[in-house]
Design a binder for this molecule. Sequence first.
Ligand code: N01
Length: 547
Amino acid sequence: MLTTAQASDAQDSPALDLLIVGAGFAGLYMLHLARQQGLRALAIDAAPSVGGTWYANRYPGARVDIQSMEYSFGFDEPLQQQWHWSERYAGQPELLRYANHVAERFGLRDGIALSTRMLGGAYDAAAAQWQVDGLGPDGSRRHWRARFLVMATGPLSAPNRPSFPGLASFDGPVLHSADWPLAPVDFSGQRVGVIGTGSSGIQLIPLLAEQAAQLTVFQRTPAYAVPAHNGPLEAAYEARTKADYAGFRARNRAMRTGFGSDLPPGPGSALDASAAEREASFEARWRIGGFSLLSAYADIMVSAPANALVADFVRRQIRAAVHDPATAELLCPQHTIGCKRLCVDSGYYATFNRPNVRLVDIASAPIEAITASGLTLADGQQHRLDSLVLATGFDAITGTLLRLDLRGRDGLRLGEHWAAGPRNHLGLMVAGFPNLFVVGGPGCPAAFVNNMVSIEQQVQWISRCLADLTAAGRHCIEPTPEAEAQWLAKVNSAAQATLFLSCNSWYLGANVPGKPRQFMPLVGGFAAYSALCDEVAQQGYPGFKLS
Ligand code: N01
């Protein structure tokens, strides 16, 4: 936050109804709906482009892991009819073009301030306004006053950069997957090291392996990866979907995950099926690719024995794909499949058959130090490197919000309120932080849902809430502490009924040292969550104080 003297120097914009932080898909849609409602709204984004995660994650191979016909906006029929995806799973450049197209198509550009960073915001109860401070493109101080503040900052936007001893002394470039250089990076002839084998690592490793002279993958935990079987979008599939796109979207919204209605979850228990039936079901879903393997049976994420059957199936695929048995074994995960987010890959395991690719286990011999010329492991191994790539993920869900100086009523800091872990009501609003909405934050199912569907639902709910407040002549909405406590209990008990607590994941904050270990997303499905949010609005917002 700025001091009073600095704030008085800051360029003050006219009072807004709505300040939106983030111009990714959530921010763009929020701005569109706010303008349709006649609200004075501004979206700001620290990046020089719209697109959010699809601007930041420019690493080679970055690609969506939900089919593009599903991972796209469904709120506008002409948009979904006219846009053509070139591939089944669009790559980052195409997704960024789509975000830009949406901004153009709906005339949003003049409502977006790019290269403009929020630093902090405080709720001013006397004025019933958020006072928000930031920096403009030239580094000058900015100040905004807005009745409502929408944090559309995304759940995966604060890169996790582990503090490896000696990292600053490394002589070559250190790149992070979530903050990739704008210009293409040429790794030809280089010895490249990659730390991290989550979704980002498994996407970039095959492409880096094609360029680098030697690629060394430093693996702490092996990932389960299912094939994407990506390729050009089939014209017949596109035509079939577009013939009833509204129906297709509605069927997806009725799914737990907001996608996959073409291949619904299998009923019953994996344990009740015969071995032959199970194998056939797993095989069929493996051939189709994507996340569908995890929904082959209804109990895969709630029954450890059922889960073990799928995990074993994937390990067999890994052993079949990787020629060297020792490398294959090292690539075989032992944790619950799906407990960390499943990865969707294109040629990841086969990459380890290349003579220039080496897998190094840093679970048994952790990284001791990074030196000018490479890495030293605890067992004394030295790895000489020219470039180092960190695919070490994100301080997920809460990281971006907590890195800002957000203060609610009576100066309450978000960091204090969330000291033991995040809490809110409906995954949308925080007690003590009136008129602050969070899209894709803790306590909502976004992490398990087609994010476009989740964004549309939450943004529509916020938009409706703003309209309802205006219609009722109210200025302010804030959840009660009791409602917040009940919601937290719901989030916790939903997770406890599953296998999601059985491993270290970013869902739990376990990937960031010192972060409170609390399961952050809501398990239970998109359709149920969405219906509950609608019911709350319908009933006049029980659990919220309107003033
Ligand atoms: O990050 P991750 P990500 N020392 O946290 C390792 C979405 N996404 O960027 O598992 C050594 O999954 C860490 O090891 P471990 C998607 O939701 C989607 O890959 O903690 N290693 C792990 O291997 C995804 O889930 C797509 O033991 C360290 C890796 O780094 C989410 O973003 C593509 C370490 C981090 O994996 C995050 O994915 C990309 C340390 N100190 C991302 N710290 C799509 O396909 C971390 N690691 C759409």
